[in-house]
Design a protein around this ligand. Structure first.
Ligand code: PMP
Length: 461
């Protein structure tokens, strides 16, 4: 087949689809299902739109995977990448080498996160790497501090922290772990501040925040505080279904962590760089974590990049003059010059266009418009913060029984939205919206129009 493809300057759409089905394993899908459903082959993108290989245009209501925050095809980023490519595409940063874009990005990040008192950054290739680096740095921190027994990690049920073995072990959804057991020992999950569904049936978000913070405290005490390295959580849970905790939750968590000396890791991979209305999610909740894992919006996905930021407390353990403290951790692509150049250009846009402010403003409007969906009996809950939102489908609003997964309604909904010209994302029984932060009110209106049409077309309300 490859020969055939090489012979043609432009392979036919059919040839591409066939090669895809034959050779490509897709993330997070049964290969048989991928075979049965021809993929959407995305060929180009611009602003808030993408085009498939047949030339059909779609509104990108999910910014690809929560990450193309400045929009597609930005000339500023392309220019920065090309200029960097002319000088240096890439050189390893092992053996104490560095490169100008990585250095510039380090300084830029420290300036942006000065309020959180971040001190140093470790670069990698994506979100899972950034989480894994955060977990490993936490364990090493405690060894350097002379408390080698602090190795355990606590996280939230429904939390998502990527797919590496450490991240999968702290993931709160066992579905991401089951096929890859045994997971890392010493990882525990506590209840999630999810007002719509929680074991106490507590609908008051502030009281629920207290219950969940108490659960964290009880777990730390039960495990033994001198065995717990860190607590990791997302400021707003993304893949778990856009779960927005009460504003008191993070301050309560910070207080519990401080009481027992536990490190607080904020997984900012979705919330970093503006999505919920502040430069990082922890800032939106008025909390400074010890470690932040970042990726996605750091350069809007133009080149893969992850970053793990550590504060003075964590950094100081590695800088004790009397003790060697090699970071025995690093990736071939740590500090990749093109990825960092893209990030510098991307972050200049985020600041110049005040995208956190825009996410707050347009996100507020999105939140208002989404309330319209409560008129459908099969919609149980609508929620969000900034430009992160979810519509949760139920069989029955009284019992809150979730719509089964996979439910033909949800599949039809996605297909109908595509037909109408939008890419939407469904996770379980929830429809998730996470558009580029450059989304306009008109784009919100178009999204809402398409969703109404798609729900009508899918037929079950
Ligand atoms: N943490 C969170 C909160 C995420 O949403 C994701 C990805 N969606 C990851 C970690 C993993 O990032 P990546 O897919 O880039 O490895």
């Amino acid at each position: 087949y490859l020969q055939g493809m090489e012979a043609r300057t432009s392979p036919t759409v059919e040839a591409l689809r066939e090669a895809n089905a034959r050779h490509k394993l897709h993330p997070m899908i049964d290969p048989k299902a991928a075979l049965a459903n021809p993929p959407l082959i995305v060929e180009r993108a611009d602003g808030v739109h993408v085009w498939d290989i047949d030339g059909k245009r779609y509104l990108d209501t999910v910014a690809s995977l929560w990450n193309v925050n400045v929009g597609h095809n930005r000339p500023e980023i392309k220019k920065a990448i090309v200029e960097q490519l002319d000088r240096l595409a890439y050189y390893s940063t092992f053996q104490n080498t560095s490169n100008p874009p990585a250095i510039e990005l380090s300084a830029r990040l420290m300036k942006i996160f000065a309020p959180e008192k971040m001190k140093q950054v470790f670069f990698s290739s994506g979100g899972s790497d950034a989480v894994e680096s955060a977990l490993k740095i936490s364990r090493q921190y405690w060894k350097l501090e002379g408390q080698a027994g602090r190795t355990k990690f606590i996280s939230l049920q429904l939390g998502y922290h990527g797919v590496h073995i450490g991240g999968a072990s702290v993931n709160g959804n066992p579905a991401f772990r089951a096929a890859y057991e045994p997971a890392l020992p010493g990882c525990f999950q506590v209840n999630c501040p999810y007002p719509y569904r929680n074991p106490w049936n507590e609908t008051d978000p502030a009281r629920l925040a207290r219950l969940c913070a108490d659960d964290l405290e009880r777990t730390i005490v039960y495990q033994g505080p001198d065995t717990v390295a860190a607590f990791i959580a997302e400021p707003v849970l993304g893949a778990g279904g856009v779960i927005v905790p009460h504003e008191s939750f993070w301050p309560l968590v910070r207080a519990v962590c401080d009481k027992y000396g536990v490190l607080l890791i904020s997984d900012e991979i979705v919330t970093g760089f503006g999505r919920i209305g502040a430069m990082c999610g922890a800032r939106a909740w008025g909390v400074a974590p010890d470690i932040m894992a970042m990726a996605k919006g750091i350069n809007s996905g133009y080149v893969p990049l992850g970053a793990t930021l550590i504060n003075e407390r964590v950094a100081s353990a590695f800088h004790k003059p009397e003790a060697p403290a090699a970071l025995m951790h690093g990736y071939t692509y740590s500090g990749h010059a093109l990825a960092c150049a893209a990030a510098n250009a991307n972050l200049a846009i985020v600041e110049a266009e005040d995208l956190p402010g825009r996410a707050l403003e347009v996100g507020g409007y999105l939140g208002e418009r989404l309330q319209e969906f409560m008129r459908y009996p099969n919609v149980g809950d609508v929620r969000g913060k900034g430009l992160m939102a979810a519509i949760e489908f139920v069989v029955d609003r009284e019992t809150k029984t979730p719509l089964a997964v996979p439910d033909p309604f949800i599949q039809k909904l996605v297909a109908a939205a595509r037909q109408e010209g939008a890419i939407v994302r469904v996770q379980g029984n929830r429809l998730i919206l996470s558009p580029p932060l450059v989304f306009s009110r008109a784009d919100v209106d178009e999204t809402v129009r398409i969703l109404h049409a798609a729900i009508d077309a899918a037929g079950r309300t």
